[in-house]
Write a protein that binds this ligand. Structure first.
Ligand code: NAD
Length: 477
């Protein structure tokens, strides 16, 4: 299969292509356009031209297109899930759930398109302001450059495309090199859904090269980036006056208090899912678990037992829960971090072994907080369990991080839950849920090295529109 670029409402051939590989079998699944700077420039030209048409669409029409795209995606759920499973090497059950979420994200976008409302400003509150009514409107800003990661090649693209189109902007997606196929397929659906040509373009290829073109072109008004903190910081430093939203990584923490010990088995089950879903290659993967010492041993036992039940296999097999990582480089990095922790005195409770191009689900305890498995984003199937004396110690350890995206706490003590929620230095706190929890309409953004700005349709729209005030003088000229 050869896939081109998607520009101006259709797929176009590119002079160069590269191989997209399924990392479990190491088979080539497609040859995909390896876009040149000129091809990115062409996409910007077309997106810039299409902006006039997008801005002129009514919110009703924009919503209709988004709803239609959602319906088409739902109809093609299985084909999309297969593409995600192959290109991202994601277990097919998780890939199906990503498609379901993407359908929902598109529908949320359609709903929000109709509710982009301003406010009334009483100008007569100022001396000399009498006789005037004023109100605000939220205008689209123009062309948005979206740069996306490999781990959710559909839903994280929809998280940028949905709000951009809902608010009347146009968009160019530069998907991750490993996973360009889902976004190319999605763009085709939007043409069928009646989106004006040029409003949604996909330009696959090298991040640094194509990102530079996006950053240097003044017609791109905003860069919406999801990916690693290193690249995010680089983009922000080069963005000049462009708007920037950065959704970056984390080493998410969970505290389990002994007031919740009656639900120990259930919590351990949720925490295992939170740690190992999609091999831990999730920005809010549960990486650090702090457990009250009163229930630590029982929790540890339940957690390890449930971890050992996870089936490792081919991503297309319905039984598979964990599979190969996105590439061998990732496998080597993670294994070296596990080795470092063990050399520093950690105990390996299970896992730590390579299998195919992945690693068996790994549980460590006895960690130094300076070990990379604790203080860096592991982005793999590795979790650490640590006993703590009380919630104050948990809070201190949870906040001892360069990141701050999601955090979770299981407790039956309301006062403690609220105290922890208010004291955690993160963007989102989940009480009685694991940190690996996201609903697609909730505000979602990080602090510290986890990011800058928010997604979650309504909140992304805010960052993709500009406020304009209009004053009406009905009194005198
Ligand atoms: P990555 O940073 O390596 O790549 C992300 C994108 O940036 C890719 O499209 C890549 O081509 C592009 N890129 C690379 N260098 C660039 C440059 N110099 N200029 C412009 N673009 C460039 O990330 P990844 O490995 O694909 O994804 C994993 C990371 O993404 C993890 O850190 C994870 O936590 C993070 N992530 C965050 C969220 C969130 O919502 N906060 C969600 C998913 C993933």
């Amino acid at each position: 299969m050869i896939k081109g670029l998607f520009i101006n409402g259709k797929e176009v051939e590119s002079a160069n292509t590269y191989a997209v590989i399924q990392s479990h079998t190491e088979e080539e699944i497609a040859q995909v356009a390896d876009a040149t700077e000129e091809e990115m420039q062409e996409a910007i030209d077309r997106a810039h031209e299409a902006f006039r048409k997008m801005k002129a669409l009514t919110s009703n029409k924009r919503a209709e297109i988004l709803y239609k795209a959602a319906d088409l995606l739902e109809e093609e759920k299985e084909e999309f899930a297969r593409v995600i499973a192959l290109e991202a090497c994601k277990p097919i059950t998780a890939a199906r759930s990503e498609v379901d979420r993407s359908v929902q994200t598109l529908r949320f976008s359609g709903e929000e398109a109709k509710h982009i409302a301003g406010e009334y400003i009483p100008l007569d509150a100022a001396k000399g302001g009498e006789g005037r009514d004023a109100y605000t409107i939220h205008e689209p800003i123009g062309v948005i450059g979206a740069i996306t990661p490999f781990n959710f090649p559909l839903n994280l693209v929809v998280h940028k495309v949905g709000p951009a189109l809902a608010s009347g902007n146009t968009i160019i997606v530069k998907p991750a090199e490993q996973t360009p196929l889902s976004s190319l397929k999605l763009a085709g659906l939007f043409t069928k859904a009646g989106l004006p040509d040029g409003a949604f373009n996909v330009v696959p290829g090298e991040g640094p090269k194509l990102g530079k073109v996006m950053l240097e072109d003044s017609r791109i008004q905003k860069i919406s980036f999801t990916g690693s903190p290193q690249v995010g910081k680089l983009i922000k430093s080069q963005a000049g006056l462009k708007r920037v939203t950065l959704e970056l990584g984390s080493n998410s923490a969970l505290y389990v208090d002994n007031s919740a010990s009656d639900s120990l088995q259930k919590i351990a089950g949720k925490a295992v899912t939170g740690a190992f879903i999609y091999n831990g290659q999730v920005c809010i993967s549960t990486q650090r678990i702090y457990v009250h010492e009163g229930m630590f041993e029982a929790f540890k036992q339940a957690f390890v037992e449930k971890t050992n039940e996870l089936a490792f296999g081919d991503p297309l097999d319905d039984e598979t829960m964990v599979t190969s990582l996105i590439n061998k480089k990732s496998q080597e990095r993670i294994l070296s971090w596990i080795d470092e922790a063990v050399e520093n005195g950690a105990t390996l409770l299970t896992g730590g072994e390579r299998k195919a191009n992945g690693i068996l689900p790994t549980v460590l305890t006895g960690i130094q907080s300076s070990d990379k498995v604790s203080c860096r984003e592991i982005f793999g199937p590795v979790v650490i369990l640590q006993p703590v004396q009380n919630h104050e110690e948990a809070l201190q350890l949870m906040n001892e991080s360069d990141f701050g995206l999601n955090a979770g706490v299981f407790t039956n003590n309301l006062q403690q839950a609220l105290k922890i929620a208010h004291s955690l230095d993160v963007g989102q706190v989940l009480v009685n849920d694991v940190p690996t929890t996201r609903f697609d309409h909730m505000p979602y953004g990080g602090v510290k090295d986890s990011g800058y700005g928010h997604e979650g349709i309504k909140y992304a729209i805010k960052e993709m529109t500009r406020l304009k005030m209009i004053s009406l003088n009905y009194c005198c000229f």
